[in-house]
Write a protein that binds this ligand. Structure first.
Ligand SMILES: [Zn+2]
Length: 434
C-alpha cells in the first residue's frame, strides 16, 4: 500500500518536473535584484558631472528631461485657451471657483508678469493638499496683483527650467546613442493637477511628441510627472499617456515604496517591490550604500534611485565626489545586481509576469515556447531563461530565429542548467546537445 502511494507521488512529481524545467528568471541573468539610477529635471550639472562618472564606470541611467526648453524642441511651454487679458479682466468681477480655477491656473504662468509664478506654486500646492478654498484665494490674489500692476512685466522661468537651460537635442542624441534613457518630465515642469484638460494634455503629449520626433518611439515608454505627484487628477491624465510612470506603480504584482516612505522593502510578499530612494544633501554615503546592501539581501527588490541637484545646482544638490563613490559601490556589486534603465527593468518584469513557458523534450532536443499577451513591439526586452538539461549535455546550442548561442551548463542543487536570453513572443527556442 505504502509503496503504491510512494510510486504515485513519484510519478506525479516527475510529471510536474517534466513540464517545469524552464523558467524565466526573476531578474535578467538570474541576478538578485535590480537598480535603476534616475535623474530629474535635465539639470546641466547632471551631464557635466554625473554622466562622465557613469560613462567611465559603464553604468546606464535614465534622465527625465523637461522638453519645452530643450534647444531644438518643437513644442515650448504655452497656454492654450482664451486671450489672457480677457481672463485677467474677468477676475475683477468673478471670484475664483471650481468653474474657472483650472483655466486661471493654466494661464497663470503665461501672464507675462514676473512674480506670478510664486503665487501659482502656492495655490497649486494648496490644491494638491486638498485645501481648495485656500487655493482659490491665492489665485484671486495672483490675479488681483496682475490687474493692479504689482508685478513687473516679463517672463520668468521656474528653477528647474533655469537649471536645464542650454541642453540640446543634439547632445541628448549623443548620450542616447551610448545607451542612456531619456524620458519625459513634461513640457514645462508644472503642477499638472491644477491645469485644465487641454493644457494637461499639452504637457503630457507634446512632450512625448518632441521625444518621439528626436529619439524615436522607444523613448516614450515611461515618464515622471513633476514633483513626484500622486494627485489623482494628474495621474488620471498621466496613466493613459505613458505605459509607466515613475510617480506610481500600477502593476498588481508589484509593491511600491515611494521616496519618502519608511516601510522596509522586506515586508512585502509580492513578486516584486519597487523601492524608491531619493538621496538628499543630508543623506550619508553609508545610508546610500545600505540601499544596495538591502537590495542584495532579498530577491525581489527593484531599487529606483532618484537624483536631482549636483554641485550646488538644483534641488538637494549632492557633491559629485559622493556620487562617484556611490556609483563605484554600485558597480562593485554588478555581478549580483542588474543595473539598468527604468524602462528596461519595467518592461522585463511585465514581460515575465505576462509570459507562459511551455516545453517539450526528448533525449537530444528541448523546445521551449514563450507565449506573451503584451504588445511585442513595445515589450522587446530579452528575457533570461533557465532550462535544466540532461547531465550528459556538456555543451548546448540554443537557437531562436536567427539568433544562436553556445553555452556550457552550470549546476545547482536541482541539476545542470543553462541561462540564456530569449525574445518574448517570438519563434520557438530549440536547445540541443552539441
Ligand atoms: Zn522635477
Amino acid at each position: 500500500m505504502n509503496k503504491i502511494i510512494i510510486l504515485t507521488v513519484f510519478l506525479i512529481f516527475s510529471q510536474l518536473c517534466a513540464h517545469s524545467q524552464t523558467t524565466i528568471t526573476k531578474w535578467k541573468d538570474d541576478k538578485k535584484g535590480a537598480v535603476s539610477i534616475t535623474f530629474d529635471d535635465g539639470n546641466r550639472n547632471q551631464f557635466k558631472y554625473a554622466l562622465p562618472i557613469l560613462e567611465r564606470l559603464q553604468l546606464p541611467a535614465t534622465f527625465y528631461v523637461i522638453t519645452g526648453p530643450i534647444i531644438g524642441s518643437q513644442y515650448p511651454g504655452k497656454f492654450i485657451g482664451r486671450n489672457v487679458d480677457d481672463i485677467i479682466k474677468e477676475t475683477a468681477t468673478i471670484p475664483t471657483d471650481s468653474t474657472n480655477y483650472f483655466e486661471r491656473a493654466s494661464a497663470a504662468k503665461y501672464l507675462n508678469r514676473i512674480g506670478a509664478d510664486a503665487y501659482y506654486d502656492k495655490s497649486a500646492i494648496a490644491f494638491e493638499d486638498g485645501k481648495i478654498d485656500k487655493a482659490y484665494k491665492i489665485m484671486d490674489t495672483l490675479y488681483q496683483k496682475a490687474r493692479n500692476g504689482s508685478f513687473k512685466t516679463g517672463i520668468e522661468y521656474s528653477d528647474e527650467v533655469a537649471q536645464e537651460m542650454g541642453l540640446s537635442w543634439d547632445s541628448i542624441k549623443v548620450y542616447a546613442s551610448k545607451g542612456y534613457e531619456f524620458a519625459s518630465h513634461t513640457v514645462t515642469h508644472t503642477h499638472l493637477a491644477v491645469l485644465d484638460t487641454t493644457n494637461i494634455n499639452y504637457e503630457l503629449y507634446k512632450s512625448k511628441e518632441d521625444i518621439r520626433n528626436h529619439l524615436g518611439d522607444e523613448y516614450t515608454f515611461d515618464a515622471e510627472i513633476p514633483f513626484g505627484i500622486e494627485h489623482p487628477r494628474a495621474l488620471k491624465y498621466g496613466f493613459p499617456a505613458y505605459a509607466a510612470l515613475r510617480n506610481m506603480v500600477r502593476d498588481s504584482f508589484m509593491f511600491e515604496i515611494n521616496r519618502g516612505y519608511k516601510t522596509q522593502p522586506g515586508s512585502s510578499d509580492k513578486e516584486y517591490v519597487q523601492w524608491q530612494r531619493g538621496p538628499l544633501s543630508k543623506t550619508t554615503l553609508d545610508q546610500m550604500k545600505s540601499y544596495i546592501d538591502t537590495t542584495l539581501a532579498h530577491n525581489n527588490i527593484w531599487l529606483v534611485l532618484v537624483f536631482h541637484g549636483i554641485n550646488g545646482l538644483g534641488w538637494e544638490a549632492l557633491p559629485d565626489s559622493v556620487l562617484a563613490a556611490y556609483f563605484h559601490y554600485i558597480k562593485q556589486n554588478e555581478s549580483n545586481l542588474w543595473i539598468t534603465t527604468f524602462k528596461e527593468a519595467g518592461k522585463y518584469m511585465r514581460e515575465r509576469m505576462h509570459t507562459t513557458v511551455t516545453e517539450n523534450k526528448n533525449d537530444k532536443k528541448i523546445s521551449v515556447q514563450l507565449t506573451q499577451s503584451l504588445d511585442e513591439h513595445v515589450y522587446n526586452v530579452p528575457l533570461t531563461l533557465k532550462t535544466y538539461v540532461p547531465k550528459n549535455w556538456k555543451s548546448v546550442k540554443v537557437v531562436q530565429g536567427n539568433h544562436q548561442q553556445k553555452l556550457q551548463p552550470k549546476n545547482d542543487a536541482s541539476g545542470n542548467y543553462i541561462l540564456y536570453d530569449a525574445m518574448p513572443g517570438k519563434t520557438n527556442i530549440e536547445l540541443s546537445v552539441l
